[in-house]
Design a protein around this ligand. Structure first.
Ligand code: PRX
Length: 560
């Protein structure tokens, strides 16, 4: 077991100082990230929004306060009350950030969805959370209409850029609502323990679970944005994550704005030239990105980087998947900086283990627990801490400010994450003699593709909606650029035959229902899938068969 080492106090204490709140003092996170700065520097830049058409828009903190107030008053006008769930399905456009903060300003709970989610993924999350309002873009209405049919709790769908053929039913034009809304709507006086954010995260079985965070989470966001990302108001900061996933809310919204730091928000896809041009044009100094993105940049070569002036960069961090030592070496050679890996999860709300700026980096290690974090590697059976060098379950000692408070409607699953005074992360790891943590893998069947977690059950459910499929197993396979990709093995109904069209249709089903990121790279038809005596499909054995690896001792997997 190891506590974060430091010469000073816990980062959570520093987070409170940075936010200007004492323990137990009530605050509204929207007020702390927006209004607080307007009192001192209303004209300072809050956000620079860029899109793939080359448009660039700059927003000050005062612009942000007015926009967020307008969103909040529009929600008031619709009857939204504290505790109601307000969801978004938007690309990272200004309206996305305003909607999330506008909802939080009213005391409602914001639920950001990844815009590329398929219809079933949207339906599952809106249905489970009992969402009252969804804010989306006209381009998503087709799949939204399919997703929300028969969801009684959903009262309004607010649409950015409505389509030419008009809106129907509960759909409303967002711009028209905002035109009538006040830009002077004060923040609701929430307590720091009131809920503010619901992110869905995938597990091994069943549908994704709603991970609930409270306003106090902002303490963790602020603390780590300073301690690990080393953010200052003079920085030009770009986090490449989308707020449909937790990195995009904690570090492309809350943490940096809690510190009054200007952020770049880029609404466009990946290409090395677009990304390098953005860093060059905006003089980005701090960059938070993912191993998948870095591997893709590495594939495009040093020359692509050398074609741009990247001298503004001073600090680069990464999250979401293991950061390969060769990427760190390449980054040092290409950008002149050691890329610093950080580890955390939707449930932890903010970074817990990291290669903080004061730590010498051991390439391949996630770093050490931050000051104030106590981590351990546990024996899987006894849940007692293991000595260095032994692999086991990565665990943390609760509580901390940004720790999730429950899984929405699933207190049973929440309780199952705690054993022997520890929170079990679901990852496997080991420590070395000097207290560095080394990631080994997931302890469950969840697939991490390009830094996005996907539940095998969601993919299998989509495959099983095809009439020809009677059994399906989804599992991760290693790939060069994405770390892990999804693969699936399926058994067909009697009389059905495998064909290229069938495989294509199966992939399309996953794309439409779950999302493009979850589409299996490989789908293979097999005669049977390995099962336990009680009939449960053994995904790990299916994976071993798929990869031609030894299947190991089946008896030990049998009733697992
Ligand atoms: O398995 C770990 C992996 O991503 C999981 C958390 O995923 P999610 O809740 O979607 O949040 C992602 C962004 C915080 C973890 O349980 N993971 C995250 N960071 C790392 C990592 N795996 C290896 N190295 C990391 N630095």
């Amino acid at each position: 077991m190891s506590e974060g080492e430091s010469s000073g106090a816990s980062v959570w204490h520093q987070g409170r100082l940075l936010l200007g709140v004492s323990p137990g003092e009530p605050f509204n996170a929207c007020e702390r990230v927006v209004d607080r700065h307007c009192a001192r520097y209303p004209e300072a830049t809050a956000a620079i929004h860029r899109n793939h058409h080359g448009d660039r828009r700059v927003f000050t903190f005062e612009d942000l306060r007015r926009a967020v107030s307008r969103f909040a008053s529009a929600l008031d006008a619709l009857g939204v009350k504290p505790g109601d769930r307000v969801f978004t399905l938007l690309e990272p456009m200004p309206e996305l950030f305003w909607s999330i903060l506008g909802a939080i300003r009213t005391g409602a709970i914001a639920g950001p969805l990844f815009a590329a989610f398929g219809s079933e993924a949207i339906r599952d999350r809106l249905g489970d959370s009992g969402a009252r309002v969804l804010i989306t873009h006209g381009r998503h209405l087709l799949k939204v209409r399919a997703a929300i049919e028969g969801l009684p709790g959903l009262k309004q769908v607010l649409v950015v850029d409505p389509p030419a053929d008009g809106l129907r039913g509960i759909e409303r034009d967002l711009a028209a609502l905002l035109a009538d809304a006040s830009d002077e709507r004060p923040p609701h006086p929430t307590s720091e323990q009131d809920p503010m954010l619901l992110h869905y995260s995938s597990g091994t079985t069943g549908k994704p679970k709603g991970v609930l965070h409270v306003h106090e989470a902002l303490v963790g966001h602020a603390a780590t944005a300073r301690a690990v990302l080393d953010l200052r108001r003079e920085d030009s900061y770009w986090c490449t994550a989308d707020p449909g996933w937790v990195t995009g809310t904690s570090y492309a919204l809350f943490g940096p704005w809690a510190l009054g730091v200007p952020q770049i928000h880029y609404e466009g896809g990946f290409s090395s030239s677009a990304w390098y041009s953005l860093i060059e044009a905006e003089r980005v100094s701090v960059w938070y990105t993912s191993p998948t993105a870095l591997r893709m940049l590495m594939r495009d070569g040093v020359e692509a980087a050398r074609a741009h002036d990247l001298s503004s960069l001073r600090h680069i961090c990464s999250v979401g998947e293991p950061l390969n030592p060769e990427v760190i070496r390449w980054g040092l050679e290409t950008y002149g900086h050691t890329i610093r890996d950080t580890w955390w999860q939707t449930e932890t709300g903010c970074m817990q283990i990291a290669n903080a700026p004061w730590l010498p980096v051991r390439p391949g290690s996630m770093g050490k627990p931050l000051p104030g974090v106590t981590a351990a590697v546990l024996d899987p059976t006894t849940h007692e801490p293991l000595p260095p060098g032994q692999e086991g379950l990565l665990a943390l000692v609760p509580p901390w400010p940004s720790m999730f408070r429950t899984y929405w409607n699933r207190l049973d699953l929440y309780g199952a994450r705690f054993r022997n005074g520890f929170y079990l992360t679901g990852d496997r790891a080991y420590t070395d003699a000097d207290g560095y943590y080394w990631f080994v893998g997931r302890d469950d069947d969840v697939i991490n593709t390009s830094g996005h977690l996907v539940g095998p059950f969601e993919i299998e459910s989509a495959l099983l909606t095809h009439p020809a499929v009677v059994e399906a197993a989804a599992f991760p396979i290693p790939v060069a650029d994405a770390g892990e990709a999804v693969a699936a093995r399926v058994v067909l109904a009697a009389g059905s035959e495998s064909s290229r069209e069938l495989i294509r249709d199966l992939k399309t089903l996953v794309r439409r229902q779950v999302g493009p990121y979850a589409v299996p790279r490989e789908v293979v038809v097999v005669d049977r899938l390995p099962r336990t005596r009680s009939g449960k499909i053994m995904r790990r054995v299916a994976r071993a068969e798929h990869l031609g690896l030894p299947v190991g001792d089946l008896s030990s997997l049998d009733e697992s």
